[in-house]
Design a protein around this ligand. Structure first.
Ligand code: MTE
Length: 319
């Protein structure tokens, strides 16, 4: 990484270009009727356009919101990734030299195909999809992000989980040499996260490898991170190196550090406040300093897709 480019406001020209091209491409897909929604198998685009527009081959995924995505700059310079510091710009500043290849994910626990899988083994059999999701942080800010990824469930099925696999536990890399934030005990390292097997298999749950049609920037969790758009952003564990199928409910890093404030489910819920602040409204990043906060939607607007996962569960108790 060129040091000169690291000053906090220096946005490289290709970063802007990638966003413009991405939006043009979506418009092109819409105008030509190529965005047919769920179930579309593949899209053939004219070669020249394709080469200009993206470095990840994607097809339009289902469930995208029509809301305007945040800019590349917002999405890649305002981050939470405590391994690289606790300030919002720290991950952008400190993660540029982070080495993400080769990358191996260890799969273990209640499954018939445990083992060490290379990044390429994990990603290449899957069709990458473009999905624009609302992204709501527990701190009451939100963004709209055009992720690139594939359904986590499609990957998990390849490891043949057995009937005792009730939960899935994920772990981030532990490498204090590369991750300066891990030299301080702000959290109990390495970062861990957990989902029920049904949440993990839900088609909205994405294993993400990119943004705006480009490879995932380090500060956003390269090379592999989770995104569950109906949950608070902290569930989206970054730079994953372990996947374990478990019988018992695993705890996540925020729950371990502050169990009264953060639960296992962490579903976006405007009716249940965080003990120290309201969760009813959110500030959309990029809207300007004086923009009004907007009401937060139950399950971040994905209730039709996911509410049945929690039928009968008291969401005040299971926050
Ligand atoms: N994953 C790891 N390993 N370390 C972290 O500090 N922060 C979480 C989550 N994943 C975090 C993490 C939090 S609090 C949020 S809000 C999201 O990442 C932020 O994702 P983004 O930076 O792509 O917006």
């Amino acid at each position: 990484m060129d040091r000169a480019m690291k000053s906090s406001n220096a946005i490289r020209s290709w970063e802007i270009t990638s966003e413009t091209n991405y939006l043009n491409r979506r418009q092109f897909l819409r105008e030509t009727g190529l965005v047919a929604g769920a179930g579309i198998a593949s899209v053939v685009l004219p070669g020249r356009l394709l080469a200009d527009v993206r470095d990840l081959e994607t097809v339009p995924g289902p469930y995208s919101t029509d809301e305007k995505p945040n800019s590349w700059q917002d999405i890649t310079t305002y981050n939470n990734f405590y391994e690289f510091g606790t300030g919002k710009e720290d991950p952008y500043q400190n993660a540029q030299a982070f080495v993400t290849r080769p990358w191996t994910v260890k799969v273990s626990g209640e499954c018939d195909q445990p083992g060490d899988y290379h990044y390429e083994d994990i990603v290449s059999p899957h069709t990458l999809e473009d999905r624009v999701y609302r992204h709501r942080c527990v701190e009451a800010w939100s963004m709209v992000v055009p992720w690139v990824g594939f359904p986590l469930g499609d990957l998990l099925k390849r490891f043949s989980p057995n009937s005792d696999a009730k939960y899935v536990r994920f772990k981030t890399l532990y490498d204090p040499k590369q991750m300066p934030g891990q030299r301080r005990r702000v959290l109990n390292w390495p970062y861990v996260e957990g989902l029920t097997i049904h949440e993990a298999m839900h088609p909205l749950t994405l294993m993400v490898v990119g943004i705006y049609g480009r490879t995932l920037p380090n500060q956003n969790g390269a090379p592999l991170r989770l995104v569950m758009p109906w949950k608070y952003g902290f569930k989206g564990i970054k730079s994953i190196v372990e996947i374990e199928f478990t019988r018992r409910q695993p705890r996540n890093s925020w729950q371990i550090s502050a169990p009264r404030e953060y639960g296992f489910y962490a579903n976006v819920n405007p009716e249940v406040d965080h003990p120290r602040w309201s969760q009813a409204r959110e500030r959309r990043i990029g809207g300007g300093l004086f923009a009004a906060k907007q009401p937060t939607l139950m399950f971040n607007g994905y209730a039709d897709q996911v509410a049945q996962l929690y039928a009968g569960l008291d969401l005040r108790k299971h926050f």
